[in-house]
Design a protein around this ligand. Structure first.
Ligand SMILES: NC(=[NH2+])NCCC[C@H](N)C(=O)O
Length: 726
């Protein structure tokens, strides 16, 4: 059975997706038993359609932002599965739900109006008939109708992805009628108060910027409140605040509905649809150690990447390698003296570093080595093929090794660029600088005077004609815009380079690029005392190995449990990595922190291992219950305070994801994940699943399941791989 692009051309969306994916996803002829991606077979032997579908969904999600059409639907178009089978499969796999759910449905319904394909029509009808979708659609309609508001007038408000919006929209529309203030202004001023005795939602009147005494207005508006439905139960004035009480039954119900309809997509929204961001992060220097600064950039950068993606943007994760400059001349000379081919193959990063250290040592005694290095680099810049060939090998081998370590860290790049890759853009930029009069001559070198902006003078060309770090950055930015037409470009670089990036951004602005205001520097503080146990220079891998070892030892202490874990070393590795990442993200980015292995690897307190443990424990509740999660369980049976707390927190997750776009602070997600974990552990001993009345057990299991999905989503946002056992 062969599926090709031509066969799928009945669907506009499939063409679109397949246009992008042709090179990446390749279906293998034959009964659907194997799927190849980038020449790697990722699924084989098992014709189990469900597994195939899940995998396919995941792949497509990762590869494109085009959630609407998917491989699954191509299967449908080709009559590989029938519409009702597919819906059934998806339901069972909780995929009706997620991208296969509402978004999928909406896209397909658009399509079904333009297609004559019967399976598509049947599929849309079948999906539409499922309760989750029906309810969500009805809800959306009802909410907008009741509110008599065009949702498009409130940017960011989306009741189909955010359970709080169902309530906020009502508050906004009602108050708008009383006050004539634009609903979107009211919407933005509604918050969740810290203390619940202040109400479920609070509106801070000063944020509405209206004339008059806020406390007085709060009284008047509260008096004008009329209960029109089951959602908002009352409004009370407290000082300059208007506090609203809502029907928490409905909050729980809608939250569970949305979370179970969207699963891994729960929390995300589509506000960035159609926009493109480049997030440049990690960017280590070949031949120099991958230091703590690079590790932080890697962790924070991939977080920002995930945040943009969760907010519906198309994101390009870019690694801008430090792979150019005089030090590569030095490295080449070092390699001719100290290089060892087999060591290079085996571990290029370590070996190149050793060579680099040795040649620097040599150079202390023979300073002429530096002249040789400069000459060598000049040859590279002039395009001398032999000089370039050696350097290219260093680069290629290093990238392979980096990819391995990044993979271990659960991080992937779409593009490996680097200083060496900047070419034409730099020449053009130099010409622009010259013609706009920004360039000045200074002792044979070319400089840009930024004193006027208190940014010093930046040298862009040395007297021997070679370029510098900043020159390459200017050229790179120009090339990136031309290639990607980004709406936003983020540089995730340590605060030590604040000045460099300010100079860069100012220069881009002075050059008159209309996109100069789309660039942003996200900085962070230093890690103190990150060294190996033996002291010396740290290699990231050594830290990860050590973390893994500590975790593995810890795990082996409980023999019975240990025996149940399918891949203990992988699990140990993941816990170790979680420890490193959570420590890194525990405080605000700009803060420096001390590398503390005892704390980082502890299972107690707010640590990575603890979060993983909380998640695994939720999975174990599901396993041990012996029940299947029922999406239609009666959520009215979740009556306890503890259950309400959990669901309130789960309900706030979509708001959190949205707010992350303001400051890119991973610590906010860490705090959320710990709050949720604590709330869950507070009820473990009282809200039983096993042994409870069957209907209650179903409701509780569904609650734990939603909490697990949400915690898992928060963890994934932080770059962790949630564990099911540990
Ligand atoms: N576009 C940039 N300048 N990005 C940051 C690169 C970081 C640089 N390779 C370093 O390790 O210091």
């Amino acid at each position: 059975m062969e599926l090709t692009l031509a066969n799928t051309s009945t669907s506009v969306l499939s063409i679109l997706v397949f246009g992008q994916l042709q090179s990446k996803v390749q279906l293998v002829p034959g009964p659907l038993t194997s799927l190849k991606v980038n020449d790697n077979t990722v699924l084989q032997g098992d014709a189990n359609v469900t597994r195939y579908l899940i995998r396919a969904h995941k792949l497509l999600d990762e590869q494109t932002n085009q959630r609407a059409a998917s491989l699954v639907d191509v299967l449908l178009l080709n009559n590989v599965v029938t519409a009702s089978d597919l819906v059934e499969q998806k339901k069972q796999a909780f995929l009706l739900s997620d991208n296969a759910g509402l978004v999928d449905y909406l896209a397909w319904s658009v399509l079904s109006s333009t297609t004559s394909n019967d399976s598509v029509k049947a599929y849309v009808a079948a999906v539409q008939a499922t309760p989750v979708i029906q309810e969500t659609l009805a809800l959306q309609q009802q909410v907008t109708q009741d509110a008599s508001i065009d949702l498009a007038t409130i940017p960011g408000c989306d009741p189909t992805t955010n359970p709080l919006d169902i309530f906020k929209l009502r508050i906004a529309s009602q108050l708008a009628k009383v006050t004539q203030i634009a609903p979107e202004v009211i919407y933005r001023a509604i918050d969740i108060p810290r203390q619940l005795d202040h109400g479920d939602f609070a509106l801070a009147l000063p944020r509405l910027r209206v004339k008059g005494n806020p406390a007085q207005l709060a009284k008047e508006w509260a008096a004008a409140f009329v209960q029109t439905d089951d959602y908002i139960l009352g409004a009370t004035p407290v000082g300059p605040f208007l506090n609203y009480r809502i029907n928490t039954r409905l909050l729980i119900k809608h939250t569970i509905e949305l979370a179970s309809a969207r699963v891994e997509a729960y929390g995300g929204n589509a506000s960035g649809a159609g926009k493109k961001a480049i997030v440049e992060f990690s960017s280590p220097n070949i031949a120099k150690p991958f230091h703590a600064g690079h590790l932080r950039s890697t962790i924070i950068g991939s977080f920002i990447r995930n945040v943009y993606a969760a907010n519906g943007w198309e994101v390009i994760a870019m690694n801008y390698l430090g792979d150019w400059g005089k030090q590569y001349g030095l490295l080449a000379i070092g390699f001719s003296r100290h290089g060892d081919e087999s060591k290079l193959q085996q571990d290029p990063i370590k070996h190149l570093y050793d060579v680099y250290v040795q040649i620097n040592r040599d150079a202390e005694e023979e300073p002429t080595i530096h002249d040789e290095a400069r000459a060598y680099f000049k040859k590279m810049e002039d395009g001398d093929e032999t000089a370039l060939a050696l350097w290219r090998r260093f680069r290629d081998l290093s990238i392979v090794k980096y990819q391995e370590v990044y993979g271990r860290l659960n991080i992937e790049f779409d593009v490996y660029s680097g200083e060496s890759q900047v070419t034409k853009g730099m020449e053009e930029a130099m010409a622009m600088l010259q013609s706009t009069g920004l360039l000045q001559e200074s002792q044979g070198a070319k400089v840009i005077d930024l004193e006027k902006y208190k940014l010093g003078v930046s040298v862009v060309q040395k007297s021997d004609g070679t370029t510098l770090y900043i020159t390459r950055d200017i050229g790179a930015a120009k090339e990136r815009f031309e290639k990607y037409k980004f709406d936003k470009m983020i540089y995730v670089v340590a605060a030590q380079q604040d000045l460099h990036l300010k100079q860069l951004f100012k220069t881009l602005e002075l050059m008159g690029f209309e996109w100069a205001d789309r660039v942003e520097h996200v900085n962070f503080g230093m890690v103190q005392g990150m060294s190996t146990r033996k002291g010396t220079v740290v290699f990231l891998e050594d830290i990860l190995d050590e973390a893994q070892e500590v975790m593995h030892d810890q795990m082996r202490k409980n023999e019975a449990k240990y025996a149940e874990i399918p891949e203990p070393l992988r699990v140990a590795d993941e816990i170790g990595i979680s420890g490193v990442k959570i420590q890194d993200n525990a405080a605000r980015r700009v803060k420096n922190y001390a590398f503390d292995r005892n704390r980082m690897f502890s299972f107690e307190g707010d640590t990575g291992p603890y979060i993983q443990y909380a998640h695994a424990r939720l999975c174990s509740i599901e396993r041990k219950s012996g029940l299947k999660v029922k999406l239609d369980a009666d959520t009215n049976l979740l009556t306890e305070e503890g259950a309400l707390n959990i669901m309130r927190t789960v309900a706030q997750y979509p708001d959190l994801v949205k707010s992350l776009m303001n400051a890119y602070e991973p610590c906010n997600v860490v705090t959320f994940a710990f709050n949720l974990s604590h709330e869950i552990s507070a009820v473990f001993d009282t809200l039983w699943v096993r042994g409870a009345d069957p209907a209650v057990a179903d409701a509780r299991l569904l609650m734990y399941w939603c909490a697990r999905v949400t915690l898992g989503n928060a963890m994934r946002l932080l770059g962790l791989r949630p564990l099911e056992r540990m």
